[in-house]
Write a protein of this length. Structure first.
Length: 155
C-alpha cells in the first residue's frame, strides 16, 4: 500500500464511521501538500463495512471545508505490514489492535493512541456516536490538534 519513500498512517476506531474518518480527512487535508503520505482509516469491528461516515461527522467536516468519500472498512492483517503507523482513538481500540498485531508474524506498524500526540494531553478521543453535534466538533478539534502534532513530529 505505501509506496517506497512515502510515509503511511492508518487511523482506527470501533466502527470507522465517526472518529477515524474525521481524523483521516483532517490529516489528509494537512498532509496533501507534502505528497508523501499514504492515508486511510479502518475499524476494529466489521459492523459498518461499506457505510459512509456518520452524517453528523460529514456535516462537521464540511463546516471546516473538508470533504471525504470514505467508506468504512475493517482493519486487515495486511495493514500491520503496509502502514508505518496505526493510530487509534481509545484504549479498547488499542487493545484490539495489539491482539490482532500478535497474529501477524511480520507486523511492522507502530500502534499508538492518536491522543498521545495531543498538546492538551487528552489521550482518549471519545466516541461521539451517541452524542450531539458538539461532540463531533470536539472530536474534530482534538483530531486537528493531534494530527498537526503528529505531522510535525513525523515530517
Amino acid at each position: 500500500m505505501a509506496a517506497t519513500g512515502s510515509k503511511s498512517v492508518l487511523f482506527v476506531c470501533l466502527g470507522n464511521i465517526c472518529r477515524s474518518p474525521i481524523a483521516e480527512a483532517v490529516f489528509r487535508k494537512m498532509a496533501t501538500d507534502s505528497g508523501v503520505w499514504v492515508i486511510d482509516s479502518g475499524a476494529t469491528s466489521d459492523w459498518n463495512t461499506g457505510s459512509s461516515p456518520d452524517t453528523r461527522g460529514l456535516a462537521c467536516l464540511r463546516k471546516h471545508g473538508i470533504e471525504t468519500s470514505h467508506r468504512a472498512r475493517q482493519v486487515t492483517k495486511d495493514d500491520f505490514m503496509t502502514f508505518e503507523y496505526i493510530l487509534c482513538m481509545d484504549e479498547s481500540n488499542l487493545s484490539d489492535l495489539n491482539k490482532k498485531a500478535k497474529s501477524v508474524k511480520t507486523s511492522t506498524a507502530k500502534i499508538e493512541l492518536l491522543g498521545s500526540y495531543d498538546p492538551q494531553n487528552q489521550r482518549i478521543i471519545k466516541d461521539p456516536y451517541y452524542g450531539s453535534d458538539a461532540d463531533f466538533e470536539n472530536v474534530y478539534e482534538q483530531c486537528l490538534r493531534c494530527c498537526k502534532a503528529f505531522l510535525e513530529k513525523n515530517s
